[in-house]
Design a protein. Structure first.
Length: 607
């Protein structure tokens, strides 16, 4: 999913070492944090733009044509649910020349013409030597087909309907040059005869990547280009790095597997339109009119602020200002003056366009790095709705707690000890502990001070009077806040039950959250207890008995002195568990006629 994400402990990855190295690079190369989706689409879009330009020069009368995927009557039509077809031919048997089947096998990754050996820092096409962890085994193939793909399919089919669906979609070579990802050739019949009764056709691969920090990636490879705006994405490629998914075969219920499935959902959301490729093509439903009076969904904003040392500064970044997203932001943050939701600006031009800013979106599933939480919220679903291509049902979306009701200063200004003065947010002492801001887990404050010989940090990364002191999370603009780190203690992780502190009746459960209590020596510590919303607000379950926990108060339950949260408290906030599908993927079939067309030409296609 990204280069620079936190790898799990089983891969012996030193997160602190990585982040220190990333910060050392900040003064010379602030592009070390990139999403695979963005870096791929950035290169592809240049080629698409060139092909369109050449095509228009040869056919100048085409520029005024209506986009055939968007033309509709005033009422429009909506289907029952989005119709996916996942083609798994590349994860069947040993059919993919760019996948690993034997230890020591050498394959090209990132492109079909790589000629340079991969290294630990590779971020472009190279020759990769397969290890045991990279093998695409039959067990992994079945696992991806029957569990991962079917789960992703179910998540979107239950939430998304297509406006004005086409019963036959002919592919457009201008948007793909006859390929969908390297080595994945699109059959000629898709361009001449089209495909019927499908809204999104997806090829699936399971290949290593130039950077093994990438869990998965996906991008759209077919959309209409017959007008000045792009049409709805109708085909995509998605790749799952075997390194991450093999350990979870027959272990679908682990917290890490849930995390990686959500990465797949994240990537498919990119392919559906959450991508800088498509923002300027978002339309008013059932028209060809681009939203915001033709300006599209994204714009450049200027943020002005003052550093803790009193220096005024301003900087520009990208933001989404489509109607549904703005309305959600106003309601969520309780800020009537907000007119946008910021996009990530760390990591250079690749990452900066297609993820929410981590500082303001926290754990949401469409930020640029992963966590076991990644709630699928109405923030991102509102963006898909604003595209004009979909009707989205957000009734089953996950609660979005990061920054909830914390006001305009929280969302519009840089973090500081005044704008983020809430439990779990701004922290000032390295290695101090507290519950995280959303109370999902036990957090640690990680702050580092760069050597005096280094340059000062950019003003927007300065949150202390010392201009070289910063939190380790650069994606969140270096804001220092309490994060679950190496020990990975999330209160909803039932696998931690054996480590629960029996002295304070600690519990790990789906509805458990982190709370603070005073130990015998009057030191503040953290524990997980089940919570619920009672008639008077927050209640905690201690030793199988429920206790009211009024805002900003201290209660004593079975001799445990518990500090009830200050400010707004939220009794809910559980990400809705994803129903991991397990079954026969053969139930997902294409019409007989289409199968007969495809069978002769899909030797190297993926699900």
């Amino acid at each position: 999913m990204i280069d620079g994400l936190k790898l799990k402990n089983q891969f012996h990855y030193d997160e602190e070492k990585y982040m220190k190295r990333a910060m050392e690079k900040q003064n010379t190369d602030p592009t070390g944090y990139k999403c695979q989706h963005d870096s791929i689409t950035e290169k592809r879009n240049l080629k698409v733009s060139q092909r369109i330009k050449e095509h228009m020069e040869k056919n100048p009368n085409l520029s005024s044509q209506k986009n055939n995927l968007q033309a509709a009557d005033n009422e429009g039509t909506v289907n029952d649910k989005i119709r996916f077809y996942f083609n798994t031919s590349f994860i069947s048997d040993r059919t993919d020349p760019y996948a690993c089947y034997e230890v020591g096998q050498k394959i090209s990754v990132g492109d079909t013409t790589a000629n340079v050996a991969c290294s630990s820092t590779s971020d472009s096409a190279c020759i990769y030597t397969c290890t045991e962890a990279d093998i695409q085994s039959s067990a992994l193939q079945n696992f991806i087909k029957s569990s991962i793909i079917e789960t992703i399919k179910e998540v979107f089919e239950s939430r998304i309907k297509i406006r004005n669906p086409n019963e036959n979609i002919k592919f457009n070579y201008l948007s793909n040059d006859y390929t969908c990802d390297y080595g994945v050739d699109i059959p000629n019949s898709f361009f001449t005869q089209g495909i019927e009764n499908i809204d999104m056709y997806v090829w699936v691969t399971s290949r290593p990547t130039p950077s093994n920090n990438t869990i998965a990636y996906a991008f759209s490879c077919n959309f209409d280009t017959s007008s000045s705006i792009y049409g709805r994405p109708t085909a995509a490629s998605i790749n799952f790095n075997p390194l991450y998914f093999t350990p979870f075969i027959n272990a679908e219920n682990s917290i890490s597997f849930n995390e990686y499935v959500r990465v797949g959902i994240h990537e498919m959301t990119h392919a559906l339109g959450f991508s800088s490729t498509f923002y300027q093509s978002f339309i008013v439903p059932n028209t060809n009119d681009v939203i915001n009076d033709g300006d599209g969904a994204a714009k450049t904003i200027t943020i002005k602020d003052t550093t803790p040392s009193g220096e005024s500064f301003s900087y520009k970044k990208n933001a989404i200002y489509s109607p549904g997203v703005v309305e959600f932001a106003k309601q969520h943050y309780k800020c009537d003056s907000i007119e946008y939701q910021e996009l990530e600006d760390y990591g250079g031009s690749g990452t900066a366009g297609s993820h929410w800013e981590a500082r303001t979106a926290g754990e949401e599933y469409m930020i640029g790095f992963v966590s076991p939480i990644m709630p699928i919220t109405n923030l991102s679903l509102s963006l898909l709705q604003d595209s004009g291509w979909y009707v989205v049902d957000g009734s089953d979306s996950d609660p979005f707690l990061w920054g909830k009701s914390l006001g305009c200063d929280f969302v519009k200004k840089q973090c500081s000890d005044t704008t983020w003065n809430y439990q779990g947010y701004f922290c000032t002492e390295d290695q101090a502990v507290s519950c995280t801001g959303t109370r999902m887990g036990k957090g640690v404050c990680s702050i580092i001070t760069l050597p005096s010989s280094s340059k000062e940090l950019y003003p927007q990364y300065q949150h202390f009077k010392d201009p070289r002191t910063i939190g380790i999370n650069f994606a969140a603009d270096g804001c220092p806040f309490y994060q679950v780190q190496d020990n990975n203690v999330y209160c909803f992780d039932t696998s931690k039950s054996s480590t629960a502190n029996a002295d304070v009746y600690e519990t790990y459960c789906e509805n458990c959250r982190c709370f603070e209590y005073a130990s015998d020596n009057n030191k503040t510590q953290q524990a997980c207890w089940e919570q619920r919303c009672g008639d008077k607000g927050l209640q905690l379950k201690i030793n199988n008995q429920w206790f009211d926990c009024p805002d900003s108060s201290t209660i004593v339950a079975f001799d445990v002195s518990i500090m009830c949260p200050k400010g707004s408290t939220f009794c809910g906030g559980t990400p809705v568990p994803i129903n991991i599908v397990s079954g026969n993927p053969a139930s997902v079939i294409l019409p007989t006629l289409l199968l007969s067309i495809i069978s002769l030409s899909l030797l190297f296609l993926i699900l």
